[in-house]
Structures are given as C-alpha cells and as structure tokens.
Ligand binder design. Structure first.
Ligand code: BGC
Length: 796
C-alpha cells in the first residue's frame, strides 16, 4: 500500500534544483517541515533550519548527539525487567540567533515586505544560504545575505556569515547576536508515542556564564545524566560604517548588540562563531576552557577557511557517494529528472549530516533534525544506514560498529537481567541501557542483535577489515550467538527443530509471537557467522583466539552447538500457500478490514488499541519481505514473488522503513511499476512529507533505504558471497541512466547502468573482480573499463 505525497509546495516557490533545496518565497504553512529539511548537522551537532532571527519557529532545536537527560519510566503496573530509565536528547543552547533592527523596526519574516527571498540548503557546499531584500515601512531597502554552516571538519564548531547592506539610504541599524538556553522546544503530543516527552521544569542547570569582549560563554549541566555543556559564541564585525556594541549576559542568555550608523551601499559584515563542548567527566571550568581554545583557533582561521574546508569535505563526500541519474535524452532541463536527482542528494546529504562525526555515539532515528524518538538509536543504523556508509564512508561505518562494541558491558548485564546467556543489545537507547518503555514493541525485538551482526559481516566483507573483526567483532559474535542459543530450544512440536518463541520481529503490528521468520533467519546467520569466525581464529590466529577465550570464557563445545542450532533452525513454511508465514500464528489471524479503514486512520498505531491490531492480519512494515532482501540467497526467486504478492497488500507502510524495502523486492521480482512507485515514496519520504510527520525530523533509515533501493534494487547489486555482483533491473519504458560509486576493499568502483548496457570502471585501485549477471569481470589499473549488455526479464 502506498501513502501519497502530503506536501505540495508550489513549484514556482520551490523550484527543482539538483544541488539545492530552494525556497523562493516565505510560506509560514511549511515552517515546521522546512525546519527539518533545512536542518544542518555533522553527526555531533545539529541545528534545525530556523531563520537567523530566532523565529518564527515551530520547534526550534539544537542538539548534541548523545547529550541526554534521564527520567524514571513510570509504569501503571510494574513487572520484572522492564526498562527503568528513560533517556531523551536535550534541546541545548540555541546560539545561532541574529536579530536585525533598522531604524528600530525589527526584521520579522511574517511582517516584512520582501522584494526578494531565497533560502537554500546548499548540498554541494554544505551550507544553508539566504538572500533577502527587505523594504522597510519607510522605504529603505535592506539586503541581508547569510551563510550558515555546521562544520564537518571541526565538529564542535558552527558559524554564520551575516551581511547587511542598506542599499538606498542611511539608517540606524542594530544587529543583536544572541544565545539562549532552556527555551522549551518540545511540542510533545502525549498521544503520539513517536514524539519525545517534555521534561517538566528546566533541563539545563546553570553552571557558569561570562563574557570576554564580544565572546560569551554559557555553561550548563544536566541533573541526572550528569552531562556538562559549554557553549561559546564570538562575533567579528567588519564595516567601514561607524559602530559600537554592548554585551550582556545572564545564566541562560547572552547578547552582543552592535549599533551601526549604516551608510548607503556600505556592507556590515558580522561573522558569528559558535562552539559546543560536552562531557560527562570534565568540570565546567575545564569545558569552558576547551570551548575557548576551539574558539581561538577558528577565529584566527576565519570564516573563509571554515567554508573552504566544508566545501572540500563535501567534494570528497560526493566523489565517494554521489548517485547520479541522467535522462538518456540528455535533457538536463527535464523537471522530473532534476527532482529525482535533488531527492537522491537530499537523502544522502542528510545521512551524512546525521552520521559524519558521530564518534562514540550512534545515529538517532531522526539524526539531529528533531527530538522525535527521543534521539534514540535503533536497528535503523545497522540495517538501513550501514550499507551506504560501508560502501562509501567505511570509516564512519567502523565508528558506528565500534560504538556498539562499547555497549557490550550493558548488553551483557541486560541479558543477565532477563535470565539469558550472552549479550542483549537494547532496542532503543542512547546510553547503552534499554530505554524502551513498551516491551512488546521494544525489548521483544531481539532481532536487533542479529541485525548488528549482519551489519558487521557486511562491513568486514566489503572492507576486509579483519582487525576489527578480531579485536571487537568476534566478541560481539560470541555473545550474541550465546543469546540465540539460550533463547531458542529444540521443539518436539516442530519436529525437533530449533525454535525461537516470544519475540517481536520488525513488524510491530504482530508483537510477541513465536518463530518470527525474519528473526529466525537472521539468528541463523548470526549463529553461523559466529561459529565460522571462532573457527577461523582458532585455526589461523591462536593469540587472538586465546584472547577471545579469555574475554568471553568461550567453551570449545559452544561453536558446535551454534552450528547445530543454525542447521536446525525452524523456518516457517506454509505448504498450501507456498509462502513463508511471518510467524506461527500469522495465517491464523482474521484479515484486517482495509476497505473500511479510512485513509485518515493511518498510521493505525495512533487510532487503534494494540490488541485490535495484534489480533488481525495487518503489517506495519516489511518483515518477511525485508528478510528476502537481506538474505536473498536463502529464498528461491519463485518463492520471493509469492511472498511479496502475499505480504504487499497487507503492509500498511505505517513505518517509513517499509517503502524502500518493498521497492527492492518489487524490482527483484520484476514488478518494475511497483518498484518505481515504492521507490518514489521512499525517495520523497521527507521532501514531499509522505509520512506526514517530517516536521518532527528526517526519516534517516528511509534515507539510507533509498540508497539501497537504487543500488541493490535497481542496480541489482548483491554482496552476500564475498564478491560484488550486479544484475540490474530496469523498467522497459524508463529512460534514466543510473551511476554510482562503491568502495570495495579500499578500491573505488563506478557502475553506470544504461538502457541496455552496464559500464564498470575501476576508478581507484589495482584489480577487482565483479560479477555481471553470471559472468566474472576483471578490472585492473591497466584495463579499468568493462562494458556488458543487460539482459531483461530475469528475476533473481
Ligand atoms: C519502526 C521501527 C524503527 C523506529 C525508529 C518505528 O516506527 O517500527 O522499526 O526502528 O520507528 O525509526
């Protein structure tokens, strides 16, 4: 099932552009959505796209990844092992405010008479740019040009270049550069479980506040999680117009107000630098000191240096990651192609913004674009984001996997608490502790353990990073394999097969079920891979093996038990329908009455009690269909088709994690029409607000899914057997050419899928063998190019 685009901004005000998301008129009705779409971030620091003036705003937000406050989770009725502590990402000090007054009249977008308005998310440079021509009530024309960036290279730093020129008159101008903390941003609707809960009272407690000339430092700390935050701003003003300034600050507020006697045509250039440092161990004094060191450094370098490093970073990113689409007729002006290109880049750019400098943290479901889902990390990272990162920015992928490794102590403790052996990763968390307050759609999603191991395997295969596997991965494998071995059992009722009961699969509309097929299939992989790696280390790296045994108290018999469980894993199969039932009870459920469910009753989770949903045959998001993608080799093509035909009409797509996967399987099973429709829904999830909640933040998983949809779906890429292979799919009437790079084992491959041929180019590296359809193709530095014809009609 497909939802439809909800956001239909007039195209003349939001023109399609390959490299920019452009807004050419101020539309208050799209304020909230644009705050999300035009948010800037670097994986550590994120700022929603509010105007410089600090308003108007729907939900202003500044976030630091991993900076959260805790609260006790209150249950009406307690039970053993429920998660106890909620964690919510904090809305931290907003430092980006720059207010403008001309002859004492404030510049305020909703009231201003605008002669020109252009705001754009510049995805090539990594900046948010704005150009405005404002005519004041007394007829003075004021040009305001600004560029905002959150630096990828200096992750603690953001900056704004803000230039005001009165074009046609003299004027008295005030530019007030401000910062404010404890501004309440959570417009939490308590009825929507996806949104963050508001904290009563203040979250950031004042620790220090001081100024030095035009520099202001505000320092705050959270009470329970014991984080400290130092936020510093500094302001450089250049102008030949005479000016003076005043500085003021309180515990929660800072202001440097410049009063300028503006001359016609004489630019007033303010550069505002913003620095954030956070820590759970450093004192306020130490942290303020760090913020000042960083500030001294960036101020001495200046805005142009910051901008140049940002552009350089972006060039490198696009070189490694850009997916290009081109119309065969070379008609670059065709709006639909440009729109698709824009949407592709928008998705990839936001993934970068969510993850680039996420060092020692995960990636939140909304990145740093909103507070929804409380800033928590889910399986979204491993299953939806890591494939893109592994193949384009392996360093980021490694950081994210290393972060999971850091959680291992808490995962071990959680397994113990629930009476399991091994380790049990939290369904949702920031700190590493389980934070899901609703176990049926939370803790019960044991599959996250196998998901993380799946991503690990993919990462190791694609990068050849065996040291990571040896030093960190193996330990996680042992502990997760133990979990599965402990959780499952050999069931007489199922012919002695290894069964896993009482879990929730990816589809949260069928909770706490027995033998969820996705879970069993992924657990099987986890068990197999763990046994394989342990055996490999035992045979080839005795020191590493001994250290693993030491760290995990591994018994020699364990790997054999894992292999046995994997080989005997129960995978549900229905003889009559010849499909894989989602779980033991799925086919027994009464079909959901889709016909009499009005469109405005979706997502179902907001309108029906969970029991009404759980007892029916209705699906929130791809589950068996996802398993068919991730473990494609385990399922024969014909069965894939039957499964897809069966599950597709039952899938509401109430989760944004669904469309991209459905597009891939539709492409694989040859339904190109559906593949394109689902693909477009995934691609436009945020730009066209397909899910209706982009105001709350970007759907980062779906964004990663769009890359998978293009590469694995339309590119027909496979990587499960240690070699990259391609079997491109395309719709006969489509004219588009798709081109994308991949980094495989340190070499860069570029693939272009044309109408009837595929071009493989080894851009960087010595030698790479890939498979095209059934044939192995060798690419070398001397012969880097191979062109092969595409055959049609095959399903894989
Ligand atoms: C989905 C989960 C997902 C979470 C965060 C939920 O709606 O059902 O699979 O992990 O959102 O994106």
């Amino acid at each position: 099932m497909l939802h439809h685009e909800r956001l239909r901004p007039p195209s003349h005000d939001y023109p399609a552009d390959e490299w920019n998301v452009v807004e050419n008129a101020f539309h208050p009705e799209f304020l909230a959505q644009l705050e999300t779409m035009l948010a800037l971030g670097n994986g550590y620091l994120g700022m929603r796209g509010c105007p410089e003036e600090g308003g108007p705003k729907a939900e202003n937000g500044t976030f630091i990844n991993g900076f959260y406050e805790t609260r006790p989770i209150i249950y009406g009725e307690e039970a053993y092992g429920f998660a106890k502590t909620g964690q919510t990402i904090c809305n931290v000090t907003d430092s980006k405010i720059i207010k403008l007054f001309v002859d004492d009249e404030p510049f305020w977008l909703p009231d201003a008479h605008l002669l020109n308005y252009d705001r754009r998310l510049n995805m090539k440079a990594g900046t948010l740019d704005r150009e405005i021509l404002w005519e004041t009530p007394s007829g003075k024309q004021v040009s305001i040009r600004s560029r905002r960036l959150v630096s990828f290279v200096n992750r603690h730093v953001a900056a704004i270049s803000y230039c005001v020129t009165i074009l046609n008159a003299q004027a008295s101008v005030v530019i007030s550069s401000e910062m404010t903390a404890n501004e309440h941003g959570t417009g939490g609707n308590e009825d929507d479980p996806r949104l963050a809960r508001a904290f009563p009272g203040r979250v950031l407690h004042q620790r220090a506040s001081y100024s030095k000339d035009r520099r202001i430092v505000l320092c705050h700390a959270t009470e329970k999680s014991r984080f400290t935050l130092a936020c510093a701003t500094d302001n450089a003003l250049e102008s030949s117009c005479p000016y003076s300034y005043k500085v003021a600050h309180t515990g929660d507020f800072g202001q440097v107000a410049f009063t300028i006697e503006a001359q016609p045509g004489c630019p007033i250039q303010l550069t505002k630098y913003m620095v954030y440092h956070t820590s759970q161990t450093a004192s306020s004094e130490q942290l303020c000191g760090r913020a000042e060191w960083t500030m001294d450094r960036v101020m001495s370098q200046g805005f142009q240096t910051l901008l140049a490093s940002q552009e350089h970073y972006m060039d490198d990113f696009w070189h490694r990651s850009d997916v290009r689409i081109r119309d065969i007729r070379e008609d670059r002006t065709k709006r639909s192609t440009i729109e698709v290109q824009q949407a592709i880049r928008f998705n990839l750019f936001h993934i970068l913004q969510a993850s680039a400098r996420a060092e020692d943290t995960g990636v939140a479901a909304k990145g740093l674009t909103g507070q929804a889902y409380e800033g928590h990390y889910f399986w979204d990272t491993e299953i939806y984001l890591l494939p893109f990162l592994t193949y384009t920015s392996p360093r980021i992928a490694r950081n994210l996997l290393a972060f999971r490794y850091k959680m291992l102590p808490q995962a071990r403790a959680r397994a113990k608490e629930l009476g399991h052996r091994g380790a049990m990763f939290p369904w949702r968390t920031i700190s590493g502790e389980e934070a899901s307050a609703y176990y049926a759609a939370g803790t019960a999603q044991y599959h996250i353990n196998a998901d993380i191991m799946y991503a690990l395997r993919k990462y190791v295969q694609a990068t050849g990073d065996e040291s990571f596997l040896r030093d960190y991965g193996a330990e996680m494998l042992v502990e997760t394999a133990r979990l599965w071995a402990d959780l499952g059992f050999y069931s007489d009722a199922k012919g002695g097969k290894f069964c896993i009961n009482g879990v929730t699969g990816p589809d949260e509309y069928n909770a706490v079920v027995n033998n969820n097929a996705y879970t069993n299939l992924m657990a099987r992989e986890n068990l197999r891979y763990a046994a394989q790696v342990v055996e490999f280390l035992r045979k080839t790296e005795p020191d590493a093996y001994n250290s693993l045994v030491h760290k995990t108290a591994l018994e020699p018999s364990e790997a054999t038990a894992w292999t046995r469980a994997a080989e005997n894993m129960y995978v549900p199969y229905d003889e009559k329908l010849e499909i894989i039932p989602q779980d033991d009870s799925f086919l027994n459920r009464e079909p959901w009455d889709f016909q009499n469910t009005p469109r405005d009753r979706y997502p179902l989770l907001l309108f029906y009690h969970p029991l009404n949903i759980y007892r029916k045959r209705v699906i929130k998001q791809a589950d068996v269909v996802l398993a068919m993608f991730l473990l494609g080799d385990a399922i024969p093509p014909k069965m894939k088709k039957r499964n897809f035909d069966f599950y597709d009409p039952l899938t509401t797509g109430d989760s944004s994690l669904s469309s991209c996967v459905e597009a891939i399987i539709a492409a694989q099973t040859g339904d190109m029409d559906k593949a394109i429709r689902y693909g477009m829904a995934a691609l436009l999830m945020d730009l066209a607000d397909v899910g209706g909640n982009v105001k709350d933040g970007c759907h980062i998983a779906s964004m990663g899914g769009t890359w998978m949809m293009l590469t694995y779906g339309f590119g027909g890429m496979r990587d499960s057997d240690g070699m990259l292979s391609f079997w491109p799919r395309r719709a006969p009437e489509e004219n588009a050419i798709l081109r994308f790079p991949l980094i495989y084992r340190g070499q860069m491959l570029e693939i272009e899928i044309g109408l009837d041929k595929v071009e493989y180019v080894l851009r960087e590296g010595e030698r790479l063998v890939v498979r095209h359809e059934m044939e192995e193709v060798e690419l070398t530095r001397e012969n880097p190019l191979a062109v092969r014809p595409v055959s049609r009609g095959l399903t894989i």
